[in-house]
Design a binder for this molecule. Structure first.
Ligand code: BTN
Length: 251
């Protein structure tokens, strides 16, 4: 089964494996309430029965085929206004892992998706706890499709589908935790501008014309980047507009 990571300093040194649970994020959150929770603890399962996605969606994953886990972090160095940097660091960690393991075109789709050859291969759900002006702790939930070969959505894919190889989840977890630790250290050192540059380099549709929708309009625009708070910056016929996560969707 899953072994504590050798390649890292603190990420994955404590692994809590449960064969089945509703959501590893919820389980990690419960651990956080126990003061003994160590930073870098990984909560992982073979089967999530109520996996949570972004925007209140569910996260579906075939049992024992993919990585579904959550990491406990204590980013007390991060101001609330910079909390999107944690999403950036996590997206880039998944991106770095996938670049190392495949020839596929790996991109990040704002805010928190990871794509391989234009299809969704991974999703991230971050739940922060706040104290004063900084984050006191975060649960970083990662769903990464590794071995699943069939999806109900044509827009989803897995590492096995893009490479044609097969994988042991127990071997993939430590490699992913190593890239996560490296990006988290970069964040801890305050290298926000380097992280932002790498995120924009990997950003899906950057500089391309595309359709977007808000709750009451459908429009064309070009993604120019993101602002300091993580809002999407889109050039539209009405000028440059900024959108928070819940305010815009890809059309
Ligand atoms: C998304 O793209 O909608 C985010 C998906 C996040 C899924 C992961 S799987 C592990 C962790 N536990 C959850 O309940 N969700 C996250």
């Amino acid at each position: 089964m899953y072994k504590t990571a050798d390649e890292t300093l603190f990420m994955g040194k404590n692994i809590v494996f449960v064969p089945e649970c509703p959501s590893t994020n919820d389980l990690a959150m419960k651990l956080l309430q126990q003061s003994s929770a160590i930073e870098g603890t990984v909560v992982i399962t073979d089967c999530q029965t109520a996996g949570k996605g972004q925007r209140g969606n569910t996260w579906e994953s075939e049992p024992s085929q993919n990585l579904t886990f959550s990491v406990l972090l204590k980013p007390t160095f991060l101001a609330i206004k910079d909390q999107f940097m944690l999403s950036i660091a996590t997206c880039l960690a998944v991106h770095d892992y996938l670049i190392k393991h495949s020839e596929a075109a790996i991109q990040v789709k704002w805010p928190n998706d990871v794509l391989a050859n234009g299809k969704k291969i991974g999703g991230i759900l971050i739940e922060n706890q706040i104290q004063g002006n900084t984050l006191s702790s975060s649960v970083i939930g990662i769903g990464l499709n590794i071995g699943q070969l069939h999806f109900s959505m044509a827009t989803a894919t897995s590492l096995a589908l893009v490479t044609g190889r097969s994988y042991e989840l127990v071997n993939e977890l430590p490699t992913l935790l190593a890239t996560l630790e490296a990006r988290y250290m970069q964040l801890r050192q305050g290298s926000h501008s380097n992280l932002l540059t790498d995120y924009l380099d990997a950003l899906y549709l950057l500089g391309e014309r595309h359709q977007f929708k808000t709750k009451d309009e459908l429009f064309e625009g070009i993604i120019l980047g993101i602002d300091a708070t993580g809002k999407l910056m889109v050039k539209t016929a009405q000028g440059v507009r900024f959108f928070a996560v819940k305010e815009i969707a890809y059309g």
